[in-house]
Design a protein around this ligand. Structure first.
Ligand code: PLP
Length: 433
């Protein structure tokens, strides 16, 4: 797929003023392929050439209700009338925190502005709580852009090493190499390795930070009992369990993955769906772990954290979620998953769709199931990408990479699902012919 004339011209301008023409590395698709958008509405986006796409990226997940969702826009307009940043507490902050507590069951909430900030703060709070340095992180899990978590997020399969002794692969240059010393790296879904590494590092591990569903690795689900096992080990060894719910929070269930799996973490980080696309994040946790955050004790702050616009957006978004918006998300997701599965079977292409209905993912593989990053890395990325580029030509836009799930919003309709399924059938047929 090549972008249209106006989009290409605009991207040229972008490249002249921003490295690679983008504000986040993951948005660069090539000089004649990267999109420059004009607008979004509901489940659709339009590029500079007015080409319309049914959006299954939804900003990499935040837009849970739909682009430009009226109730959220109204709430923001109202909030703007009072100003935005005061460096003092205001009512929107309190209201949003009360709603987060009610939906997720956390005791206390602190705000941040992005998922990166939230996971950075959560790790620090965990370290302060038990006075330890090391963190457990899993291959193929992504927690944002701070140094200590930029290890083995998307490593090439050739460099990951032996499964029982995974090599910590840095995401790129500039990351503090010594930050790896405090990272205990493991494959996901492997109880034996986890227990062994915790014992090997007895008394040193502050926290396990994990995406309960691999939202950055084809929505790989935890094996039955795995999260309960992790919880048990954390209790046994005094380790703080952090669920990074930046993707799963307010998406897979009203109360996120904690509700979906009925497993409690000590802290959870939220961002994306919390504000329907407006920059807000939160760290929620137990009184025991978060109760001591305060001046000269546990550092936490941020000039823009809890600003009026973002917290008003969160209030409006959470009201919709509370009122049942996720039912629409699931209905669409189910229809889409069934449709894609049927086509894969019908066309004789080995693969499957997995994950929760609100963020499903497809893998093309002869394997029966995938359980970790290595499994997903071994699936057929080439054919996956060929299908997706065909879909883009047809106006349906999941992300181009196999790791990113398809994000569904409450604005996606049955008709949209049928359109996407039809386009998928055509795309697969063309790729296989
Ligand atoms: C699970 C998870 N944690 C953290 C982050 C970082 O969030 P942000 O991009 O808002 O910094 C992401 C971003 O995709 C994520 O998926």
């Amino acid at each position: 797929m090549q972008t249209g004339k106006k989009t290409r011209a605009m991207f040229k301008r972008a490249k002249a003023c921003m490295p690679s023409g983008v504000t986040s590395n993951y948005r660069y698709w090539g000089d004649d392929k990267s999109l420059v958008l004009k607008r979004g509405e509901g489940a659709y986006i339009w590029d500079q050439d007015d080409k319309k796409y049914l959006d299954y990226r939804m900003g990499f997940g935040p837009v849970i209700l739909g682009h430009g969702f009226p109730a959220v826009l109204e709430a923001i307009k109202e909030a703007l009338n009072m100003g935005n940043v005061f460096a003092l507490t205001h009512e929107y902050e309190i209201k949003a925190a009360e709603k987060i507590k009610a939906l997720t069951g956390v005791d206390l909430v602190r705000y941040a502005n992005s998922g990166t900030e939230a996971t950075m703060h959560a790790i620090r709070i965990a370290r302060a709580y038990n006075g330890r340095d090391k963190i457990v992180k899993f291959e193929g899990q992504y927690h944002g852009f701070h140094d200590q978590v930029l290890w083995s997020t998307f490593p090439p399969l050739a460099s990951v090493g032996y499964r029982n002794a995974p090599i910590k692969v840095c995401q790129g240059s500039g990351v503090l190499s010594s930050s790896a010393q405090n990272v205990v790296l493991l494959p996901f879904n492997d109880e034996e390795q986890l227990e062994k590494k915790i014992k090997d590092n007895y008394g040193d591990i502050a926290c396990i930070i994990m995406e309960p569903i691999m939202g950055n690795c084809a929505s790989v689900m935890p094996r039955k009992g795995y999260l309960e096992f992790v919880r048990k080990l954390c209790d046994q060894y005094g380790i703080v369990l952090i669920f990074d719910e930046v993707k799963t929070g307010f998406r897979v269930a009203k109360g996120g993955a904690q509700e979906y799996f009925n497993v409690r973490a000590d802290m959870a980080t939220y961002a994306k769906a919390l504000g329907n696309g407006f920059p807000i994040a939160a760290i929620g946790g137990t009184k025991e772990v978060m109760g001591d955050i305060g001046f000269l004790k546990i550092p936490h702050g941020g000039t823009y954290s809890g600003n009026a616009v973002a917290t008003a957006a969160a209030c409006a978004t959470l009201d919709e979620i509370e009122a049942g918006a996720l039912d629409k998300v699931s209905t669409h997701g189910k229809r889409l998953m069934q449709g894609i599965t049927k086509i894969l079977n019908h066309r004789g292409l080995h693969g499957f769709v997995q994950g929760p209905e609100s963020m499903p993912a497809m893998v093309i593989t002869e394997a029966e199931a995938v359980y970790d990053y290595r499994d997903v890395a071994a699936t057929d990325h080439a054919i996956y990408e060929q299908i997706i580029w065909k879909l883009l030509e047809k106006g349906v836009m999941p992300d181009t990479g196999v790791h990113e799930p398809w994000f569904i919003s409450a604005s996606h309709t049955d008709k949209d699902a049928d359109f996407a399924i039809g386009a998928f059938d055509e795309a697969v047929t063309e790729v296989l012919s």
